[in-house]
Design a binder for this molecule. Structure first.
Ligand code: TYM
Length: 333
């Protein structure tokens, strides 16, 4: 079956954006149609400063979130990136294939570096090359991600194509991003033009997977909306970023289309919709956060699960890395 690879950085807690844009679709891809490989990308996290004392627990928290949401370590390979050194080995080769000009076009780098592009880490600049290595080390063809990662997956194709061309072999597949459904671009609750992220300034901007029911209800109640009632038609959400986002969250949490949500709530005011959204979110998220907390109590169990996952990942990765070295003309023992 075709291989699926995706990852999440342990740079802060999981958000509703990570859940709806990534983990929830990943759960749905498990099964006979795909071989699914999911990774906590701790090496990507350290491209910006991480407190060493918090990084290991952060990695366990992301793994616990994936498990609690339904990633099954029997059906999927689940591990953390640092346990599989082949990722960094392939990334070095890709650093020598990718061009500086390609990195300069990455919008995520530009956003993160801001005004201060001279002072960020070299790792942050090379980030997409490590991400390409994550994917291509397994010859993965499908990468389920949120919208914000689309450009990085396209760059992965460029790296694969250039490698294949330079070395005259169709060795790496041209990977596709899988971006489907209303949850792929969850926005900040205080500003519907910005993405919901782990690192935004105010905690009120985001729903964290570990938020309790009262906090979730409060955040939706205080979420920015607009003075109009909900429209009947999806097209009427254009130009109303906050309304569009809240409807998308409802649709994604309830596995419905945006049309179906508006068929139910069109014409209603926020006083009715926001409490319904808060109730739905608590209903869906409380069991996940409860299970996450339970799993996080047993660090040794999470660590041994990640260790087993890493061993299975290396069985796939090692021969692909070996062949890559041979193609490039590197000697390997
Ligand atoms: P990260 O850790 O920022 O986010 C993990 C996943 O969550 C999705 N996501 C969102 N989806 C919808 N709305 C949002 N507001 C939102 N915020 C985050 C992201 O699109 C992502 O799918 N570079 C990646 C990690 C990575 C990776 C990979 C992914 C490293 N190697 C290989 C795929 C394949 C990242 O920073 O994800």
């Amino acid at each position: 079956p075709p291989r699926v690879f995706s990852g999440i950085k342990p740079s802060g807690g999981l958000t509703l954006g990570n859940y709806l844009g990534a983990i929830k679709p990943w759960v749905g891809m498990q099964g006979p149609s795909y071989q699914t490989i999911y990774c906590v990308v701790d090496l990507h996290a350290i491209t910006v400063w991480q407190e060493p004392a918090e990084l290991a627990d952060g990695t366990r928290e992301i793994a616990a979130g994936m498990l609690a949401a339904g990633i099954d370590p029997e059906k999927s390979i689940l591990f953390n990136q640092a346990r599989v050194p082949e990722h960094t080995q392939l990334a070095w080769i890709f650093n020598c294939v990718a061009r500086v000009g390609w990195m300069n076009r990455m919008t995520q780098f530009k956003d993160k570096a801001g005004e201060n592009a001279e002072a960020v880490s070299l790792g942050l600049y090379a980030y997409p090359s490590l991400m390409a290595a994550d994917i291509l080390l397994y010859h993965a063809t499908h990468v389920p991600v949120g919208e914000d990662q689309k450009q990085h997956v396209e760059l992965t194709r460029d790296i694969a194509a250039k490698f294949n061309h330079d070395f005259g072999r169709e060795f790496f597949p041209l990977t596709e991003a899988v971006i489907e459904g209303p949850g792929m671009r969850i926005m900040n609750l205080r500003d519907g033009t910005k993405k919901m992220s782990k690192s935004g300034e105010s905690d009120m901007e985001r729903i964290n997977m570990l938020d309790d029911a009262d906090t979730i209800a409060k955040k939706f109640k205080k979420a920015k909306s607009d003075p109009e009632p909900l429209p009947e038609e999806v097209s009427a959400l254009a130009g109303r970023p906050e309304a569009k986002n809240l409807v998308a969250i409802y649709a994604s949490l309830s596995d419905q289309s945006t049309e179906a949500v508006l068929a139910e709530f069109g014409g209603e005011g926020w006083g009715k919709f926001k409490p319904a959204l808060a109730d739905l979110a608590v209903e869906k998220l409380a069991p996940i956060s409860g299970e996450m907390r339970r799993l996080m109590d047993d660090k040794a169990e999470i660590d041994s699960m990640l260790e087993r996952g890493a061993e299975r990942a290396r069985e796939i990765a090692r021969p692909i890395l070996r062949e890559t070295y041979e193609i490039v003309g590197l000697q390997y023992s």
